[in-house]
Design a protein around this ligand. Structure first.
Ligand SMILES: O=C1NC(=O)[C@@H](c2ccccc2)S1
Ligand SMILES: [Zn+2]
Length: 263
């Protein structure tokens, strides 16, 4: 088809053919966080996460990233506080990364790129009864973004890294239990930027309260290399494409204010 021909010429994975714009989308993500333009808000509280490792269910390759999914049928792994008024349930976390350590994050800080970015995705269980409803609802989602830097090995991440070879191909899933995602948060959960934005993949809905942590976490070069051993493609496809550069480019701020919880 013309679309496939266009994708072939653009040599882009269908997913990452950057949509030119979302019709009427003035609150898109990710963005560049300009530190000196962020506005300190003393009303912003520390994050209050309360994650239950027993709700961890599986890890799978969805052809764009790998997701660790949690049982969100009850208020067991929750996020409150920060900029949020309501209680949010953790449904999954995943990462975005580059083919090299020079880039890979979705958000940037004063144009600085990080090699990867963790997203912990939560939905508003005070307002909605399902993630699918919250995705397109007002104040539906809260996503915590954590930057990754290459340095010392992250002991908590290793259990996840060891599971990746079993889900190399798109569509593969394995059981993954008793993982506490709190171990992936930086020690300082008081300092963050927050702004109103969107999902960074389709449906790109503008239902997200973004919470981007100021402090990064460190992972080793070898741990990040295992992320890059994953594939965008399923086992049947004749051409295997390595899962790298699965990030969206920064979007216009369109007059939005980024608040900071710290001075
Ligand atoms: O933070 C985000 N990262 C993504 O890949 C987007 C997404 C899309 C659908 C479900 C969960 C997350 S939104
Ligand atoms: Zn993401």
């Amino acid at each position: 088809s013309r679309k496939e021909a266009a994708q072939r010429t653009m040599k882009l994975h269908p997913m990452w053919q950057q949509p030119i714009a979302v019709p009427g989308g003035h609150c898109q993500s990710p963005i560049d966080i300009v530190v000196r333009k962020s506005v300190f808000d003393s009303a912003l509280k520390p994050l209050a996460t309360d994650y239950d490792p027993e709700t961890c269910q599986q890890i799978w390759n969805n052809g764009y990233s790998f997701l660790v999914e949690y049982d969100d049928s009850a208020d067991k792994s929750t996020l409150k506080g920060g900029p949020l008024q309501d209680q949010f349930r953790l449904c999954q976390f995943h990462f975005h990364w580059g083919e090299s350590n020079a880039w890979g994050s979705e958000h940037t800080v004063d144009r600085r790129l990080f090699p990867a970015e963790l997203h912990l995705v939560h939905w508003n269980s005070d307002k909605y009864s399902l993630f699918e409803e919250a995705v397109s609802g007002d104040n539906g989602l809260a996503v915590i973004g954590v930057f990754l830097k290459v340095g010392k090995r992250h002991e908590g991440l290793q259990k996840l890294v060891d599971a990746l070879p079993a889900i190399r191909h798109k569509g593969s899933v394995v059981e993954f239990t008793r993982f506490d995602p709190a171990c992936l948060l930086p020690s300082n959960t008081e300092d963050y930027w927050t702004y109103h934005g969107s999902l960074t993949t389709p449906p790109l809905t503008e239902s997200v309260t973004w919470i981007v942590m100021k402090q990064h976490i460190e992972v080793s070069h070898d741990q990040l290399a295992v992320f890059r051993s994953l594939l965008f493609t399923s086992a049947e496809e004749e051409v295997q494409k390595s899962m790298v550069n699965n990030f969206r480019v920064q979007q216009p701020l369109c007059g939005r204010t980024v608040r900071s919880s710290f001075t």
